[in-house]
Structures are given as structure tokens and as C-alpha cells.
Design a protein around this ligand. Structure first.
Ligand code: NDP
Length: 453
């Protein structure tokens, strides 16, 4: 490890104990920036990276709520306002029992680079709670969201901080959160994105992350004169990102053969077609059931239980051409990565944030496959959130085709920005370095312009 990176990581680890995901995210970026900092001593003397690692503000609060039986629960709420050099803080809210300060800091840090890559004026933030919506009634989820927003509203605003959805926060939760914001603040503004279509939402926002991940893979394949047509694809997750990634894969003639949730994964050798995807959408978005029901409904497929704490995830052991991890962080470890490479997977486009462990990333990069890291490949979601903010400011809505067209242009621009930055800093074809460098430089230059704040 380079001396500067080693010293920086020693400091980060000491100052932020027990936050392994945050350390992992910072280390990856710091390693990519070695030659940038060598060529730009002004970034080093202004301690730009050190300032980017320290959140501008962290809000942590109590979220008390009452369940349907009248019992009182207490959860913890967070909002990490990481960096506002290029625009208001922007990033999702995650409701999942695994949520803690370190996980949200890693997500907020990644978001700064991702938002910068989108070409839109958005700073980085992230938030959420350790609340588990699974198995809760709509009324319970509503009461939780209302309690959460009663505190969060003090810290956000359309020109300050604009949250969106993430794991466990979809259209239903955004609706309850928006309703409570409006009630308390007495203002109808674009304070959240991912809103319903009749009250300020943008067409294509629900689809954007999943579609964008596939558009990014398409761009990567085009550099080798190839396309997604006929490609066999592994997809993990079965939530928002996974569903729309599969929808776009079907449209482009690829064959998705897996999906998963926290209980396990299904393998369908015949491919998940539009009818099977409609079943998954109903199962996950309406009935809120488990993915094993897919195998009960479609007998040619199989269900396998999984546990991400085990030494490998069998979903990644099926031979395929492409992989789209769309569930959660660190779902592909070094062993999984080695298996995928042995099975000739040569495209990995990440829908989830940091789904591949550091050792797994090293293997993909060393093998020179087309590896698109999450902060570039999944930026389509926040990009369309940025377009939702623009439409809200204009009090106007674009057509579906117009938003989709803009999304495709943004994903192509992100792809070229990554390749161009990687080339300029002697790492041709390395999308990890390219995304980190391109995302960093825009924020770094803006921070230099704005003085020591
Ligand atoms: P959803 O809540 O809609 O779906 C998440 C999916 O991942 C579910 O299938 C869930 O299973 C599974 N999952 C979650 N945690 C775990 C875990 N610990 N182990 C195994 N499976 C798990 O979330 P999204 O689809 O919105 O988000 C998925 C990923 O994409 C996340 O990493 C998120 O940060 C990232 N992302 C999302 C964006 C968006 O616009 N929504 C934008 C950019 C990135 P189960 O149903 O059992 O909970």
C-alpha cells in the first residue's frame, strides 16, 4: 500500500472505529487517487480527501412508534450530510435492521462520487434507520415513517438535502414520509424524490437504477463490439433495482436466470420472461412474499437457501456471461469472484452499492473483465432523481421517452467519463479508478474554489 494511503487509513480507522464498510469504501477511493494527488499537490495541501472523508454533518435521532398491538418500539434514525460542494445533499434512505452509522457513512461517501459523475448539481448524503419493515402492516410502516419524518424535517429541504428511497424504502414509504413533511412544514415542495406520479414524481424514476445498470453494461460491451443479445445473466436481489434490471435485460434480448432475497435464490434455466417477472413484481411489491414462491409457481426452476455470512454465495456459481449484483453490499466475495471468472463471466455491472468485497474487486480488475463499479453503474437512479428535482423546480413533467432518453445519455456520459479519466491517469480500461478519479476531481475543484469550509 502507498505510504500516503497507509497513513490516511490508519487515521480513518482510528477515528471511525467499528465501521468496516466505511474503511473499505475510503480505502478503495484513496488507492485510486494516488496518481491524481501526486500530479495535483494543491489537492493534497488543501487536504481535500481528508475533508471529503469527514461528513459535513451527522444527525442521529430517536424514532419512537407504536405497533398494532399498542406496544412501544424505539428505533434509531440517521442522516449523513456528507458533502455539499456541488449541490444540495442527495441520497437515499435505507430501512433495514443492519443499518448503522458505518454503513450509512460508506453509502454517503460513495454517493458523493456517484452524484458528481451524473453531471447534475447534487452533493452527497444518505440516511435511514435500523427499522425492519418486513412483516409490518401498512399502518405500522406509516406510523414509523411519520415519527421518522417528524425529526428529519428539521434537517432537510428542497435546497438543502433531498432524500430518496433505498433498501426498504420504496413508493409506499416515500408517500408516508412526504405526507408527514408536508403536514409539519406546510409546504408542497420537491423535498424527496421517488414520489408518486400524481404528486411530483418523475416518470422512469422507479425503473431508473435497474435500467441504468443495464445501459452501463451495454456501453461496456460496445467497447468490445459486443451486445447483450443472447447473453446469459446472473441477477441478485428481487427488489426495485433487480426487477427493472431484468425488465431491461428481457427487452434487450438477454436471458436472466437468477434472482434472490435475504432467504435464498432461484435459478431458472429457461430464463425469467416478462410473465415470470410480473409474478415477481406482484410477489415482492404487493404481497411482500419470499422468492422461494417463484420455484413453487414455476417448477422448471429451483430455490436454494443462502446465507451471506457463509464463505461463498452459490448464486454466483452458475455459468453465465454477465452478472448484475442488485441486492446489498459485500454479496460477492473473493471466492465468488474467482468462481465467476472460472465460469467465464466477463461483464459485471453493479446495481447494488459495493456488492463486491475489496478482494473480489481486485480479481475482476486483474482479469481485465468489463467490471462497472456501483458508483458508476447504478448512478441512473440518482440521475433521474436529479431530473425529478429539475421537473419539480419547473413545475413541469417530461414524457417517459424524454426521461429515458436523458437517462441513456447520462449513462453513456458516465461511461465515457470513467474511461477518459482512467486513460488520463494511466489505468486504461479500469472503471474503478476511472469512476473514483472523475467523481473526485469535480468535487475537489469545487471545494478548492469555495475555500476551507
Ligand atoms: P429493495 O429493498 O427494493 O430490494 C433489496 C433486495 O435485496 C431484496 O430482494 C432484499 O431481500 C435483498 N437484500 C437486502 N439486504 C440483503 C441482505 N443483507 N442479504 C441478502 N439479500 C438482501 O432495495 P433496492 O432494490 O432499492 O436496492 C438494492 C441495492 O441497490 C442496494 O445496495 C441499494 O443501495 C442499491 N441502490 C438502489 C438505488 C435505488 O434507486 N433504489 C439506487 C442506487 C443503488 P429481502 O426482500 O429479503 O429483503
Amino acid at each position: 500500500m502507498n505510504n500516503h494511503v497507509a497513513a490516511l487509513m490508519e487515521d480513518v480507522t482510528a477515528k471511525n472505529p467499528a465501521e468496516p464498510e466505511f474503511h473499505q469504501a475510503v480505502k478503495e477511493v484513496a488507492e485510486s487517487l494516488v496518481s491524481v494527488l501526486d500530479r495535483h499537490p494543491e489537492y493534497r495541501s488543501a487536504r481535500i480527501l481528508e475533508r471529503m472523508i469527514e461528513p459535513e454533518r451527522v444527525v442521529m435521532f430517536r424514532v419512537p412508534w407504536v405497533d398494532d398491538q399498542g406496544s412501544v418500539h424505539v428505533n434509531r434514525g440517521f442522516r449523513i450530510e456528507m458533502n455539499s460542494a456541488i449541490g444540495p445533499y442527495k441520497g437515499g434512505l435505507r430501512f433495514h435492521p443492519s443499518v448503522n452509522l458505518g454503513i450509512l457513512k460508506f453509502l454517503a461517501f460513495e454517493q458523493v462520487f456517484k452524484n458528481s459523475l451524473t453531471t447534475l448539481p447534487m452533493g452527497g448524503g444518505k440516511g435511514g434507520s435500523d427499522f425492519n419493515p418486513k412483516g409490518r402492516s401498512d399502518q405500522e410502516v406509516m406510523r414509523f415513517c411519520q415519527s421518522f419524518m417528524t425529526e428529519l424535517q428539521r434537517h432537510i429541504g428542497p435546497n438543502t438535502d433531498v432524500p430518496a428511497g433505498d433498501i426498504g424504502v420504496g413508493g409506499r414509504e416515500i408517500g408516508y414520509l412526504f405526507g408527514q413533511y408536508k403536514r409539519v412544514v406546510n409546504e408542497f415542495t420537491g423535498v424527496l424524490t421517488g414520489k408518486g406520479i400524481h404528486w411530483g414524481g418523475s416518470l422512469i424514476r422507479p425503473e431508473a437504477t435497474g435500467y441504468g445498470v443495464v445501459y452501463f453494461a451495454k456501453e461496456m460491451l460496445a467497447t468490445r463490439g459486443d451486445s447483450l443479445k443472447g447473453k446469459k445473466c446472473l441477477v441478485s436481489g428481487s427488489g426495485n433495482v433487480a426487477q427493472y434490471a431484468v425488465e431491461k435485460l428481457i427487452e434487450l434480448g438477454a436471458k436472466a436466470i437468477t434472482l434472490s432475497d435475504s432467504s435464498g435464490y432461484i435459478h431458472d434455466p429457461d430464463g425469467i420472461d416478462a410473465e415470470k417477472l410480473a409474478f415477481v413484481m406482484d410477489l415482492k411489491n404487493k404481497r411482500r412474499g419470499r422468492i422461494r414462491e417463484y420455484a413453487e409457481k414455476f417448477p422448471a426452476s429451483t430455490f436454494t437457501e443462502t446465507d451471506l455470512s457463509k464463505d461463498h454465495n452459490p448464486l454466483w456459481s452458475h455459468p453465465a456471461d454477465c452478472a448484475f449484483p442488485c441486492a446489498t453490499q459485500n454479496e460477492i466475495n473473493a471466492k465468488d469472484a474467482a468462481t465467476m471468472l472460472a465460469n467465464k463471466v466477463f461483464v459485471v455491472s453493479e446495481g447494488a452499492n459495493m456488492p463486491t468485497s475489496a478482494e473480489g474487486v481486485e480479481r475482476f480488475v486483474a482479469a481485465k473483465i468489463l467490471y462497472g463499479p456501483g458508483k458508476a453503474a447504478n448512478a441512473g437512479g440518482v440521475a433521474v432523481s436529479g431530473l425529478e428535482m429539475a421537473q419539480n423546480s419547473m413545475r413541469y413533467s417530461w414524457h417517459r421517452e424524454e426521461v429515458d432518453q436523458r437517462l441513456q445519455v447520462i449513462m453513456a456520459d458516465i461511461h465515457s467519463a470513467c474511461l477518459e479519466a482512467a486513460e488520463r491517469f494511466d489505468a486504461p480500461g479500469n472503471y474503478v479508478d476511472g469512476a473514483n478519479i472523475a467523481g473526485f476531481m469535480k468535487v475537489a475543484d469545487s471545494m478548492l474554489d469555495q475555500g476551507i469550509v
